[in-house]
Ligand binder design. Sequence first.
Ligand code: ADP
Length: 878
Amino acid sequence: MTLRQSTSLSSLSSLSRDNYSPNSHYTRNNLLPGQWKSRSIDRNMEGDLPEDNIQRHSSQSNKNKSERGSGNKKKTKKKHLITANLSGTRYEVVRQMVEKLGYSVSKEDDWGAYLIWNDSFVSFDRISDLKSYQRMNHFPGMGEITRKDSLARNILRLQKVFPNEYDFIPKTWILPSDYNLLLGHARELKSKKKQRTFIVKPSNGAQGHGISLYRNAEKIMQSEHTIVQEYIDKPLLLDGFKFDLRVYVLVTSCDPLRIFLLNDGLVRLCTERYIPPNDSNVGRLYMHLTNYSINKHSETYEKSMGVDTGSKRSIQYLNEYLRRNHHDVNKLWTDISEMIVKTMIAAEPHVLHAYRMCRPGQSTAGDSVCFEILGFDFMVDRKCRPWLIEINRSPSFGTDEKIDYDIKSALVEDTLKLLNIKISDKRRNLANQKAEAQKRLFRTTKKGDGSDMTELQRKQQNIAKKKEELKEQLNKVRKATTREDYENRNLGRFRRIFPSDDRLRQERYCNLMTTAFATMLSGRNNNMQKEIERTYNNRLREEDILDQIEQCEADEKDGRLFPSHRPPRAPKPLTSMPENLPTVSNDDEDDSDDDSIIKRPHSRSRPQSSHHRSNSEKTQNQRPGSNTSLQRSRSLTRVVGNNKTTSRNGLDENVLSNIVRDKEDELTRKTLTALNEMRIKFPGKSDSEADNLLDRLHENMKFHKPRIANYWLVKLDSIKRRKVIDIVRSNVRAVLQRIWKCSDIDSLRIYRIFSRVFNRLLWSHGQGLWNCFASIGNTWETIFSKSSDSINEYELYCCRRIVQLCKDCLLIVYQFATEAKSAPQSNSDTEQDSQPPNLQRNGYGYVTSRDKPPASWNPQTFSQRYSKLYQNKVEGMT
Ligand code: ADP
């Protein structure tokens, strides 16, 4: 049974074209803030002000400006203003907000203006020509989500990989290519005796032009460039009318991506009561299409007179309405903001590619020259589930009703504030250009000198290069922090939805982004993938980079000059290993070096060595605060973070921060106790056996030292070394999770501190941990001496305990590996002489062969194997 009806709505929808006319009454004449209360809507149905009112306002503001400067004419002339070229926009509200912020509107041909605002998209060339202090309100490549067919293509591509994440557009077919799929779907529906309505839209259409509804998909023409969608036939209704949401989204940068969502928007209602589509009503566009450009021509169109009436309402009003009707508004907006981010992620590979083509070499640390306000249109179905319908890259800033003015003026004003355009940007741009030119010059003069360089000079150059890169990274991180601080203080009515503050969500987004790039680059995305991870997932912290810079400097000083990219292949010379081992002593009082301060717990049940004295004992002996060098604020030579606390409920900030600090101190003490109780397990051995084994290793360290060094510094590659440290790290995380009752461990200050210690131990291909075996093994503590982060003594004890655990862990992994290696040859008498005598004497005779592993032995796998065993053991413990 085939149903008739394929009524075209295009003839009626063409009525709306005047929306784009520059002479349109509602785009030229606008309200001034506060004007609505004093004017009668009846007198002027469009709600506009007479044009001369605006002119008067502009000339008044100009007059004020000139009056202000009249005292010193010369000064006024010289005074620079942020200039805005608005010749490309017909919207008064943009001009008004620009003036409100004190910018000066420049002439049509001022292409050097700080701000250039265009209603329509501009060419790539124009974007390429922009100076880095300028801002233009469009991104190249955004057409990938603002054209209907491209949006569908990009979403459907990711839908194949993530069917559950990208399920927010109605079923869509892109014609002509998907025509057969569409027919197949229609036939399937027919065979199941199901009836669906389809909506057909021109691929590059707008304002409802050329849209038709079909009750029978087989009647849809194949040849046209259109998209076909399943019609959402059970929409949520407002007073019996179908509606859609216009949600405003600001993208301030694509490199890296930053997205903001306005906390208000428009709800646009149809003007004829909704009846689900049937053969006789599919042509009634006032019932099925929510476009303002169509419905404003309806006789029943109602101008919004208050918050709860009219054909246009605010999203704030809708939220209230939904709450009253027991819908989950929070979920609705979480869903919508996720959909926006996911859509932008689908666009990002294209936008970033186009942007980088236009702006080759532009540093990601700098401000983006492009920004864009996008109008996302959503429909909501009866289950309050949002559906993305389309995205507009030139949403209307027409303000013929008060509600338009209220929302759009806020949108433009807050956008301009977030852009943070500064008069000094131009000067800085010139200075940067100069510096770049000098750098280039310097590079060319240096060329050709490489052949004369000695090995040492080349290494020095490598280190200098690495340092330069790190400084650049540091610059980026600092700029990003400053930008974020600025954003947080100037969000206005926006909220940032990407990057997300929710770590898990951000990780999910990062995963989607990686796949989006992989899909676009057909798998050739190795570098891109790393870049995405670096940018969005593992955001480098200032301290980490500063640590690395310090390490470079230390390398420079000490002459530890490794090639910058590869760890050395050959065994490291013994000079790079600790000369002295911690003195094995029974003297409990001897805490002159780091190792004697860090004690292993349960020392009473084991032979007492200074090495094994309990940390908690030490803590008891030393009252907090007694060691001034360890108190908070060890050094503040770095840029101090902006850790302002604001009291929300009127409590004195000092009191509040004292309470927080006390609580933190208490949790830190608990963490220390838990760390002291933590043991490194040896697979298949009891705790005391493992302890004994560690004692033996320490006692015979002279013998083991070169072997452990060889194992740690040479045999293990960086991944394996990290795995050894991760054995401790993952358990420390578990402890923190338990004690601090926090799922986002990475956001904890204490974990950030620990993280720096772990990084330090992995420093210089594992040299960091190896240095801890030396008599001056506490040099890692210098990472805190130049840090902006203060560290209190309990935190320091925790760090010391962690270092101790990592040392134990290395010893046990080494021992495990050695045993595994020698097990098949336990009867062999090769190299018996090289065994430490006491190992043999004490029955540890399984260490038989160290230098010639059996053929079956693979040094690459044992730490992995060990870590698995260890993880299994330790899980129940922590
Ligand atoms: P245009 O860019 O021409 O406005 P849209 O895709 O926004 O095209 O569609 C116009 C209107 O048609 C929407 O505002 C909405 O009311 C209605 N519409 C579009 N797609 C659907 C759909 N899949 N289901 C129900 N209504 C739809």
